[in-house]
Design a protein. Structure first.
Length: 746
């Protein structure tokens, strides 16, 4: 095992150094390293124990998705609105269909086609981010849109993996299984997130004083593995559980610290995973399936250029911006490998599909920068060929058109009520399931016998109702006094009956939970059970203690959910609220960090004159956890300052280029800069005789420093500023070799 690990990491280290020199993505370097140490390469040493490598690779997938979860926030997705959601769903649907059709065209099996569709739908977050960074486009507005869609794609990839597992488990999956799988995913996803966001930040807050970096790493990885095991136990993949735990920890104050601590572990096992991907590349398969590889590459390039651009236009982008976004996504990457690994582990896809997908990924990765650059010339050519009226129509093509204010109020109110009802229903269902599974059998053991059986059922039922009472009350009463509710109530009498109907519907759902508990634990008639349910819900609504518990639980959950935002505001790291309200779509805010070797450090904003040179405005300076808002011209720039800059894409691009290029260059002769200690005896013809230390120019002219005067004592004596050098003085000097040499030649 150690021999294999040494071979993998040694070869991966050498290859990635070469790829780093060539400015290529490191993911490709890992894949090439895997090919070199694979059994398919007869001219190099090969890995002996493939089972261990696959085990490490599975751990790598788990930690990769855990890190993805740490970088992900459900609140970000909610704030994005409908535009990226529309674009993401359109891209995934279109590219999946293209993949399925391409597989059928080559006569591949049904499961091969389904998994191929999933692989072709997943663009690579890592590769696109790296390409934007290398091309200097990361701060531009269209790049932010692409990254938003990529985040959503990664989330849907997790869901797709669960769906594909469900499809692969049955010989003939039908619609009911698909719906059951979706319901199961939603149920556990909401349950884990709500319970996790409620419990995990509370736990970390209690033990915060006891945790250092080492303990934090162990605790966070322990939570990751625990959730992965639990996820596997309930029928999902361990990677899905790791992602969920990462997304829960992403909402805590410790998220950034955990992300930095976990990164080396993720890099290690992630490298092994991508190396294991390269081990599956068989040159013979690549030769035999060369036409299929070329066809799939063409499918991705054309498909993303056409359907990707169309998807972003549906999301509300102009034709030019949509084409820049769509062309940027023309490749597949890490999630395609993970989906392929899932298909192999389940034994439902053919062996040839994995190396084919890897080859397609390598080719499309190399073409990614060229596709990004091609977007603007392609738009210019299209603009010259198409009628201006059609260009205008395409720019207005969107599915996210604004509705009237009244429709917006109703939609917002009903969506909030639906989400609340769904969340509280899932929590109530989970509590009931746990009570009936664990507590009810325990009560039957404590109160055995038929005579005490009803007492055990009654105690279980009462305790269950008491536990879920805050959830049921919040389900019925939440949003009944919201701003949307009051506005609609006062706006028209016609709105009052539908508003009261929403209360009735939620009340019926709450009564249904009480009815289900009574139905499971008793043999009362339906009328009696419904009456018990109605009475119980009415008592919950008017009970002050239940109301107090409901509000307390909700406030605690909201505080946990906002803990990271609160911490960011306190330390000046949160972006300003006006960012989304800039009227000009070409103007936005971007963050830049001043390099430690910047030539700007120590200069005032007035002297740098950034507004006149680049047309940008510095709105804030983030320094040492504090925010300096609207700095005036007398503020100094320090190394590692984070500047929040307002400008257009072109202005911000010029600003970033200047910031990165106006730096102190690296010292290429650092080996010659060694400091040495030398002894100098003042001779009779020395020019230093009769001069003080300052007058001698030893420091100013020769760049050397006198560290002491030797007077026959145990220690060197300091040289007073007023003392004049005399013949025979023995002084000790420190300086670089060239400086000392010049001094001794005087």
């Amino acid at each position: 095992m150690v021999q294999d690990l040494a071979l993998i990491l040694g070869v991966a280290g050498i290859v990635t150094l070469i790829f780093k020199k060539l400015k290529q993505p490191l993911v490709l370097g890992y894949i090439v390293a895997g090919f070199l140490v694979s059994p398919h390469m007869p001219y190099t040493a090969s890995v002996a124990d493939m089972k261990s490598v696959h085990l490490w690779a599975d751990i790598g997938v788990m930690f990769l998705l855990f890190s993805l979860g740490l970088d992900f926030s459900f609140k970000k997705i909610l704030k994005m609105g409908a535009s990226p959601v529309i674009s993401t769903i359109t891209i995934i649907f279109c590219m999946s269909m293209l993949g399925v059709l391409a597989g059928h065209a080559f006569g591949w099996g049904r499961m091969d086609c389904i998994f191929l569709g999933g692989m072709l739908a997943m663009s690579s977050t890592t590769i696109i981010y790296k390409a934007f960074d290398d091309l200097g486009l990361r701060q531009q507005q269209f790049a932010g849109l692409v990254m938003s869609v990529l985040i959503l794609e990664d989330i849907l990839a997790i869901v797709m993996m669960v769906m594909l597992s469900a499809i692969a488990s049955g010989s003939s999956p039908d619609g009911s299984k698909m719906i059951g799988s979706i319901v199961s995913i939603v149920f556990f996803l909401v349950l884990w997130l709500v319970v996790g966001i409620f419990a995990v930040p509370l736990f970390l807050r209690r033990v915060r004083r006891l945790i250092n970096n080492e303990v934090m790493l162990i605790v966070s990885l322990g939570m990751c593995c625990a959730m992965a095991v639990f996820s596997a136990k309930v029928g999902f993949s361990s990677a899905f559980g790791a992602f969920i735990m990462g997304s829960i920890l992403a909402e805590t104050v410790e998220a950034e610290k955990i992300e930095k601590l976990v990164e080396p572990v993720k890099n290690l096992f992630g490298a092994i995973f991508f190396v294991s991907v390269g081990m599956l590349v068989d040159p013979e398969i690549l030769i035999n399936y060369a036409p299929a590889i070329a066809a799939l590459v063409l499918t991705i390039l054309v498909g993303q250029a056409v359907f990707g651009s169309f998807a972003f236009m549906l999301g509300g982008e102009s034709l030019k911006s949509a084409m820049r976004c769509g062309f940027s996504m023309a490749q597949i990457g890490e999630f395609s490998f993970i989906i392929a690994s899932l298909g192999l582990s389940l034994g439902v896809i053919s062996d040839f599909l994995y190396p084919v997908v890897v080859a397609v990924s390598v080719i499309t990765t190399f073409l990614t920068p060229y596709m990004i650059r091609l977007a603007t010339p392609a738009y210019n050519a299209l603009e010259h060929q198409l009628p201006s009226r059609l260009i205008t129509s395409l720019n207005q093509l969107t599915m996210s058109r604004p509705n009237s204010q009244k429709e917006n109020l109703w939609r917002r109110l009903l969506s909030q009520m639906a989400i609340n009802t769904l969340v509280y229903s899932i929590l109530s269902t989970a509590v009931i399931a746990l009570m009936f599974t664990f507590f009810l059998p325990f009560m039957h053991q404590v109160l055995p016998g038929w005579d005490l059986h009803w007492y055990a059922n009654a105690i279980t039922g009462v305790i269950t109702v008491l536990i879920i009472s805050p959830f049921l009350r919040a389900m019925v009463m939440k949003k009944n006094r919201s701003e949307e509710w009051r506005t609609l109530w006062e706006e028209s009498n016609r709105n009052r009956l539908p508003l009261l109907f929403t209360i009735l519907v939620r009340g019926v759902i709450a009564v249904g939970f009480i009815f289900s508990i009574c139905n499971h634990l008793s043999h009362f008639t339906n009328a009696i059970m419904i009456t018990i349910g109605v009475v119980a819900v009415i008592v919950m609504i008017f009970s002050r203690s239940v109301k107090r518990r409901s509000i307390l639980l909700e406030r605690l959950f909201i505080n946990n959910l906002r803990s990271r935002d609160i911490e960011a505001q306190v330390h000046g790291k949160k972006r300003p609220l006006y960012e989304g309200k800039l009227l000009d779509r070409d103007i936005h805010i971007a963050d830049f960090e001043v390099p430690a070797n910047s030539l700007w450090m120590g200069s005032t904003l007035k002297s740098l004159n950034l507004g006149k040179k680049y047309g940008v405005h510095i709105s804030s300076i983030l320094r040492g956890g504090f925010r300096l808002n609207i700095p005036n011209g007398d503020y100094l720039i320090y190394p590692c300052d984070r500047l929040q800059v307002i400008g257009s894409d072109e202005q911000l691009s010029k600003f970033q280029q200047a910031l990165n290029t106006e730096v102190i260059q690296d010292d290429l002769t650092v080996e010659n800069r060694e400091m040495k200690l030398r002894q100098l005896i003042i001779g009779s013809n020395s020019p230093f005789i009769g001069k003080t230390l300052q007058e001698s120019g030893i420091r100013d002219i020769y760049s050397c420093m006198v560290v002491g005067l030797e007077e026959g004592k145990e220690n060197l004596s300091p040289v007073p500023a007023s003392r004049r050098f005399q013949e025979g003085d023995i002084i000790w000097l420190v300086g670089e070799e060239e400086s000392l040499k010049a001094l001794f030649e005087v």
